[in-house]
Design a binder for this molecule. Structure first.
Ligand code: IPE
Ligand code: IPE
Ligand code: MG
Length: 244
């Protein structure tokens, strides 16, 4: 698989909706949290896989704004898993040149979780090999509304003029201001929807859906998605003949 991938056409940013942990667990007669725990193995695989082929940005949808509405024990379990995983992995991420970022409404997260994330993002802030962006308590509607509020505030205070607003300026108020837009979005587990993820940023992303549940997702599944991406014609509104 790896040898089929064109090293000159690697997407710089891949975003993943890691879905299907619950169904994976159910198929094994286990608790949903068992699925989430196994999902961590897939995260490690994919981070490694991205580093190996030179992807620069990997955004992982780990917890949506809507996920706060799940049963209390699942939310609690997910937060604990997050804290434990960051604590366990931060050092090795750092050694491997990974810079960790977090996007989302972090004020909603438990204090110990915020503290752990802050420590890991601080520890890894000088790394440049691969940027791993965790979308936590994230939703696009929250993000866009928040950007509009900040812009309105600036206009009210005369720090920004209406005529100065353009796509670039708008994007600079999004939580993703430090990253390029994803060229490829992968969603596991068969659902064909975006679930409030990076709506603005994915305006021209290639979308890839696989039936594989997230806990079964391995490097080879990532490479399959990259290969599929490389065989697409990205026209950006033009016609084929204009591209070559
Ligand atoms: C994705 O798996 C993980 C999170 C949303 C936190 P799910 O928990 O959504 O698994 P399914 O979709 O119920 O199988
Ligand atoms: C999207 O998955 C959110 C994450 C993967 C974190 P969900 O399982 O919450 O999405 P829906 O509810 O099926 O759309
Ligand atoms: Mg799901």
């Amino acid at each position: 698989m790896l040898d089929l991938i064109d090293k000159h056409k690697i997407p710089s940013h891949v975003a993943i909706i890691m879905d299907g942990n619950g169904r994976w667990a159910k198929e094994r007669d286990k608790d949903r949290l068992f699925g989430h725990q196994h999902g961590v193995i897939s995260v490690k695989e994919v981070v490694e896989g991205c580093a190996e082929i030179g992807i620069k940005y990997l955004t992982l949808y780990a917890f949506s704004t809507e996920n706060w509405n799940r049963p209390e024990n699942e939310v609690k379990g997910l937060m604990e898993l997050l804290v434990a995983t960051i604590r366990k992995e931060a050092e090795s991420l750092n050694k491997n040149g990974v810079r960790l970022w977090v996007i989302g409404d972090l004020d909603c997260l438990p204090e110990n979780c915020k503290a752990e994330l802050l420590e890991a993002t601080e520890l890894t802030k000088d790394n440049t090999k691969l940027n791993v962006i965790l979308a936590l308590s994230y939703s696009s509607k929250w993000e866009i509304t928040n950007a509009v509020k900040q812009i309105a505030e600036k206009i009210k205070n005369n720090e920004l003029q209406v005529d100065d607003i353009n796509e670039e300026v708008f994007a600079s108020f999004l939580t993703t201001k430090n990253f390029p837009d994803p060229e490829l979005m992968i969603r596991t587990s068969g659902e064909h929807r975006i679930s409030n993820f990076l709506l603005y940023q994915m305006a021209y992303s290639e979308l890839y859906f696989t039936h594989t549940h997230w806990p079964d997702f391995r490097k080879k599944n990532l490479y399959e998605a990259i290969l599929n991406f490389q065989n697409r014609e990205r026209r950006f509104g033009k016609i084929s003949e204009q591209l070559y």
